[in-house]
Design a protein around this ligand. Structure first.
Ligand code: HC0
Ligand code: SF4
Ligand code: SF4
Length: 572
């Protein structure tokens, strides 16, 4: 350990600890902007400066040394911090009132905290164009403060590197390669750059008005479905603690917004398990295209298309759960209700920005109708609820509609890393053994290790070696280990976002300071597993609505009709 003194308080810290971290452990708050734990340590904003002897040093990169004496609150420190923030404000597009991050913007917080009342400097504003080209991500460089947090998320964490610093000195910008539109870059739409951005420079490509218009259109029947991860995060937008489950309130709010039916994507998740489980069993028997890789994460699918195109046949042919559900709404449900599917609009509420891109893919349509018409993020849903003046926190819980509404516990865990694998194993084991399992929790695939492994043996002696990865950086590592022949699996679950969809790019944004204090992933995951335990049906193949769907409409899993409506194929 190392002995240091911060503001006259003696403390011991481990070697390698930064002064910023040491101060936070003493509850001394040093403001910062560019620092994001585990993602970015560039010390570029210089807001976190402290005084050490005669010098002002950025505390986020300053490592503790024996005997170091640090002052965090002197006139010199306060003035230097103010100057740094004022310089950032001088060329910033300060349209706070109409900015989507207003209220949650870290630049706003820091300048308020530092009592900045006037901006003395006049800087030149960015002349980079606003980029609306991507169906998922919207980038507005006039709000960018060049902190580099998005670059850390996209490059270091996701190993995509779609955006990076370009040019130098006063001309420095964040840009795609050759300044091309985001749509034409290597971006996979995961939205992790949005989650990292402290200001309003990166947001989702909004579709709120498209959905309002659909709801206004009396000739349309508008169906909404909600992803597993939304229910454990939406409450945060209304001030509820991280990890609060708001399933019933969410359903009630959607009814108030005017949707004709409120369905649960969990039904689609159960359906995916039936189809993908059957696909796994048949690949195990034929030995072809193993390992089977999940394809429900559109960020991962696009990452594969860009980086490992020769492996595309390993992807499951299953559409993702909300796409399957959209397809069922426009066929099974439409038929049952006697509605022309052309008059149905399917809206998916997702924790994800990549789902916007996925929704528009031509591989995910049927008879020239998209399976899903609009995708809104958790944040956009919150915005609509606020716009409609609904008192969300005080809503009474309501239940999803039938016959497509109900999902099992196996489905809800899709929202956390390892959930799809666990749900699949619950079903595949029982289907092949014909026995009911007592213990259905596969804890080896739970938790936040980057790469998790599990082996189960089926009654016929076949082994399923499973790997679960989350975060594209981890996915790349696993793929490379497989290419080198170091690893062999039969089944792989990949989610592009670290933690899985619970921390997807469309979820409520948590500022850097809060995310250091609260383990967001762990809290939301805990809520997901509690929701699973609360269900009476916890295995996909036991969901009575799924059984009815096969009996009344699809026949058997992987049947001809199931293939036509529920499967697709991604090609090079
Ligand atoms: Fe996910 Fe999904 S679990 S991708 O992570 O598979 O977005 O929550 O909706 O479709 O079900 C996201 C979350 C989903 C889908 C499901 C899967
Ligand atoms: Fe990179 Fe993901 Fe942002 Fe695209 S959406 S720029 S891949 S972090
Ligand atoms: Fe979207 Fe989930 Fe994939 Fe993230 S992990 S890109 S939230 S589907």
């Amino acid at each position: 350990t190392i002995n240091i003194m911060i503001d006259g308080i003696e403390t011991k810290v481990a070697k390698g600890t930064t002064i910023l971290e040491a101060a936070r452990d003493l509850d001394i708050h040093i403001p910062s902007l560019c620092y994001l734990k585990g993602v970015n340590h560039s010390s570029s904003c210089r807001v976190c400066v402290v005084e050490v002897g005669p010098r002002l040093i950025a505390s986020c990169t300053l490592k503790a040394e024996e005997g170091m004496k640090i002052q965090t609150n002197t006139k010199k420190v306060r003035e230097a911090r103010k100057t740094s923030v004022e310089l950032l404000l001088s060329d910033h597009d300060r349209e706070c009132l109409s900015c989507s991050r207003s209220g949650g913007c870290e630049l706003q917080t820091v300048s308020n905290d530092l009592n900045i009342r006037t901006v003395t400097y006049v800087g030149e504003k960015s002349n980079q164009e606003k980029d609306y080209t991507s169906p998922s991500i919207y980038r507005d460089a006039s709000k960018c403060i060049l902190c580099g947090r998005c670059v850390g998320a996209c490059g270091t964490m996701q190993t995509v590197g779609a955006i990076n610093f370009a040019k130098r000195g006063f001309d420095t910008v964040i840009s795609t390669a050759f300044g091309r539109p985001l749509e034409e870059s290597t971006c996979v739409n995961c939205g992790q750059c949005i989650m990292a951005c402290p200001v309003g420079a990166l947001t989702e490509h909004e579709n709120i008005n498209d959905v309002w218009n659909a709801l206004e259109n009396t000739s349309k029947y508008v169906v909404v479905q909600t992803a597993p991860a939304v229910r454990v995060a939406l409450g945060e937008e209304f001030g509820l603690p991280v990890g609060t489950r708001v399933t019933g309130k969410m359903v009630a709010a959607l009814r108030k917004l005017g949707f004709d039916k409120v369905f649960d994507t969990n039904f689609g998740a159960d359906l995916t398990i039936m189809e993908e489980g059957t696909e796994l069993i048949s690949r195990l028997n034929s030995g072809q295209n193993l390992p089977l890789m999940t394809s429900c994460c559109p960020g991962w699918v696009k990452f594969m298309e860009h980086n490992f195109p020769d492996r595309l046949d390993n992807l499951s042919t299953c559409k993702s759960p909300h796409e399957m559900e959209g397809a069922m709404v426009k066929s099974y449900f439409a038929k049952k209700m006697g509605i022309d599917p052309k008059n149905i609009i399917v809206v998916s509420i997702m924790p994800c920005t990549a789902k916007k891109f996925e929704g528009a893919r031509e591989e995910l349509s049927n008879e020239s109708m998209q399976d899903v018409d609009w995708v809104l993020t958790t944040r956009e849903l919150a915005a609509m609820i606020k716009e409609a003046g609904i008192d969300f926190v005080n809503l009474k819980g309501e239940a999803f509609d039938s016959p497509i509404g109900e999902g099992s516990g196996a489905a809800v865990i899709f929202g956390a890393t390892g959930g799809v694998a666990e749900a699949a194993l619950r079903t595949v084991f029982e289907i092949t053994s014909g026995k009911d399992l007592e213990t259905i929790e596969y804890t080896a695939v739970r938790g936040m290790d980057g790469i998790k492994e599990n082996v189960i043996e089926l009654p016929n002696g076949q082994k399923i070696r499973t790997a679960v990865v989350h975060g594209l950086g981890n996915a790349r590592k696993l793929m490379e280990a497989m290419e080198r022949g170091e690893k062999t699996y039969e089944f792989i679950e990949v989610m592009a976002c670290v933690g899985g969809c619970i921390t997807g790019g469309g979820q409520p944004i948590v500022d850097a300071r809060t995310s250091e204090r609260i383990d967001i992933k762990a809290e939301r995951a805990k809520a997901i597993y509690t929701e699973d335990e609360a269900q009476t049906v916890r295995k996909s193949h036991k969901n009575p609505y799924i059984k009815a769907l096969y009996d009344e409409f699809l026949g058997t899993p992987n049947s001809h009709l199931a293939h036509e409506l529920l499967h697709t194929h991604y090609v090079k």
